[in-house]
Design a protein around this ligand. Structure first.
Ligand code: HPA
Length: 273
């Protein structure tokens, strides 16, 4: 990880850039924000020692560091999922390296299925809390006390302050953002209708295959997190329709401009909070 941080630092220094304060992780089909930074330093994941490559369709696999409305920002276009064969520890490698570079706040975005029947495809929902059904935790194994405590608190895994800022900011782009509980499942098969009924009973509004490991690692290291789900589809069985990844990517594409505008305003908001 020190080597990875060193490589990134060198690249930023060579380009005369600044070390990032905010990190934004872009979910499936939501990669367009990476092209929005000013003075971008672009580093393909394969050029960073130890960094997991993204193999999922709809994930670019590059780190972009640049300025968003004057805030030095790191954008992760592409993430590592458990269904690709990565462990939860590997999937949070990037978050840990960025923490070493001084990142204090994280915005996690994802594509999610809407379990809550009031959500429609295309809705952007703030994650208020999560349920981890991955069967793994990125903190499994020996704890590095220099990074964080053995048993980190998770009562505010998604910062209340950031959520309040996000709601206000969303209104400035004409959006009302509801809040919801995100459940992470391992995938890669989508859920069955019976599983979705079960997930609704246990309190989930949104379902996806990411985000939870990064949020746990961020809490572990004392970073504040904002989570945004783009509802790309009704979860299985909510409507009489089959699920496919193309639909997920298409809805992401359709929401691109709104999400870009929202993130552009959110980054300075969370950086100043
Ligand atoms: N289930 C799980 N993950 C997802 C979904 C879904 O319906 N949509 C987008 N990611």
């Amino acid at each position: 990880m020190e080597r990875a941080a060193g490589v990134i630092k060198q690249r930023i220094a060579a380009a005369g850039g600044q070390l990032p304060k905010v990190a934004v992780v872009l979910g499936s089909g939501l990669g367009a924000f990476a092209d929005e930074l000013d003075g971008p330093v672009l580093i393909p994941y394969e050029e960073i020692p130890g960094w997991p490559r993204s193999t999922a369709i709809g994930h670019a696999g590059k780190l972009v560091i640049g300025s968003c409305e004057g805030v030095p920002t790191a954008v992760l276009a592409g993430r590592a999922h458990l269904y690709e064969g990565y462990t939860a520890q590997q999937s949070v490698y990037g978050i840990r390296v960025l923490r070493m570079l001084g990142v204090e706040s994280v915005i996690l975005t994802n594509a999610a299925g809407g379990i809550n029947v009031s959500y429609k495809p295309g809705d952007l929902v703030l994650i208020s809390d999560h349920i981890n059904l991955l069967g793994q935790n990125p903190l499994n194994g020996p704890n590095d006390e220099s990074q964080g405590p053995r048993f980190p608190d998770m009562t505010e895994a998604y910062s209340k302050t950031f959520r309040a800022i996000a709601k206000q900011t969303a209104r400035t782009v004409g959006l009302e953002m509801p809040e919801g509980v995100y459940v992470a499942v391992p995938g890669p098969s989508y859920e069955t209708p019976a599983e979705i009924r079960y997930l609704r009973v246990i309190g989930a509004d949104l379902v996806g295959m990411s985000t939870v490991p990064e949020s746990i690692a961020a809490s572990h290291m004392g970073m504040r997190t904002l989570g945004i789900s783009c509802v790309t589809n009704h979860a299985a069985g909510v409507v009489d329709q089959k699920l496919n990844h193309t639909e997920v990517l298409e809805v992401g594409e359709r929401m691109k401009d709104t999400l870009i505008e929202l993130l552009r305003r959110l980054v300075p908001g969370v950086a100043g909070a």
